[in-house]
Design a protein around this ligand. Structure first.
Ligand SMILES: [Zn+2]
Length: 436
């Protein structure tokens, strides 16, 4: 049995271990988890891809040799500057029912809940049908090269997993309405730069071969370009479940396809950052670099864009379209996009998640597949055709969600308790599942 207060104590101790990435320093976190597993008599292996960096793997052997199930979490966090925080971001302080700290949501809380649900199998003497793997990794926040990417190279058998559970979705509360977002896909990163060269010279004698002018004009064309809406199956399922029957800006929503033909609905979508991002490729101008002296025309100018494209989109085709819109005066340089393919949501695993959520939230609670706009480590598993879902059953308002990677990241103790309870139910279901 999980003892009262165990989860909050572990999480508080875990947050105190500063695993800000860069530099990462995940070794301390791996050793902490190792000690907890060791106490329960569960053997662990630590994989260190570089000094002070570490991944940890533990296994509970199943009854038969089937494809394993992986409970996955990253232990690194994004930087946090104590200024502006109500509590020190690495104190793990508990105040008025909230546990504060970097990683309280993303994702040390989930790592602790997955770990405890895993440990609980051992404590209860449950032998899972198939091998259950607990895998806590480094380096997610800067691309995963030393974390999951390293691990699937080091241990190729991980590529044969049947299911991976990690971060990316939760229960969202919006306008008093709650629903569960289970991330089954994520957008692909396709960052690019536009670059122009020109002849430079003294700014007192302007000419038409100015690198900055070329980049600014091309950037303008890209910003003004309206990417077409492309409702993918996951997003169609998601938005239809949320919006069907609602009046939106005077439009009665029946199907997404029809709604997208309505101009007022399209404007509504364009002003909703999440709906907009899940329905189309997006670009955001993030870095402008050129010129050093106000009286000198630079010879080179660049603008960098963060682009996130739909999982079904072909990256080369997208970049070709970008180059066409940007025009002949600039070149488009891309650092190579990450591949990412969606997982199907018509699986027993999705049904098990629904079942676990409904144990907490009631039988009619909407549990919907979702497309994450950011990138997670799950992409390294989805590329092998594995059902890989991002979901942690805690309930967050928009305001609480924005604290992730921001100021005063925190989790309520009640949320942590519910998250742990539903995670445990889910892990039990997974353990008793003979398998696909
Ligand atoms: Zn994360």
């Amino acid at each position: 049995m999980i003892r009262p207060g165990e989860a909050s104590r572990f999480l508080s101790e875990f947050i105190k271990l500063n695993t800000t990435n860069p530099p990462g320093n995940e070794e301390v976190a791996a050793h902490y988890l190792e000690a907890l597993l060791d106490k329960e008599g569960i053997k662990t292996d630590i994989y260190a891809p570089a000094p002070k960096r570490a991944n940890i793997l533990a296994k509970i052997k199943g009854k038969k040799r089937g494809k394993p199930i992986i409970l996955l979490g990253h232990v690194d966090v994004v930087p946090a500057d104590a200024e502006g925080w109500a509590e020190d971001p690495f104190s793990g302080a508990i105040r008025e029912g909230y546990l504060y700290g970097r990683g309280a949501i993303d994702m040390k809380s989930q790592v602790i809940c997955l770990l405890m649900a895993f440990i609980e199998l051992k404590r209860q003497g449950i032998t899972p049908e198939r091998d259950m793997i607990f895998l806590a990794t480094a380096d997610e926040e800067t691309g995963g090269e030393l974390g999951v990417e390293y691990m699937v190279k080091k241990l190729p058998w991980l590529r044969g997993a049947s299911f991976v559970l990690s971060e990316g979705g939760c229960i969202v509360e919006e306008d008093g309405f709650q629903h569960a977002q289970v991330s089954v896909a994520e957008k692909k990163i396709a960052q690019f730069m536009i670059r122009a060269h020109g002849s430079g010279g003294h700014a007192s004698m302007p000419h038409s071969n100015n690198a900055n002018d070329k980049v600014v004009r091309a950037a303008h064309r890209l910003i003004d370009f309206r990417m077409p809406f492309r409702p993918t199956p996951v997003v169609t399922r998601y938005l239809t479940a949320l919006l069907k029957g609602n009046m939106i800006k005077g439009h009665a929503f029946s199907t997404l396809k029809e709604a997208l033909r309505n101009e007022r609905f399209r404007t509504f979508v364009e002003n909703h950052p999440v709906y907009n991002a899940i329905l189309r490729n997006t670009i955001a101008l993030t870095i402008l670099k050129a010129g050093e002296k106000v009286n000198v025309i630079p010879t080179e100018s660049t603008a960098q864009f963060d682009a996130r494209i739909l999982p079904e989109e072909n990256a080369e085709r997208f970049l070709k379209a970008v180059a066409k819109v940007a025009g002949k005066d600039v070149e488009v340089v891309s650092s190579g996009p990450y591949d990412s393919i969606p997982s199907s949501y018509r699986t027993d695993y999705f049904r098990m998640i629904s079942q676990a959520v409904r144990k907490v939230k009631g039988n009619a609670f909407p549990v919907l597949p979702f497309l994450t706009t950011g990138a997670t480590d799950l992409r390294f598993f989805r590329r092998f055709g594995i059902a890989a879902y991002g979901f942690f059953p805690i309930t967050l308002s928009k305001e609480e969600l924005f604290r992730m990677h921001g100021l005063n990241e925190r989790i309520s103790l009640q949320n942590l308790e519910e998250g742990l309870y539903a995670t445990q139910r889910l892990v039990e279901l997974l353990a008793s599942y003979p398998g696909a």
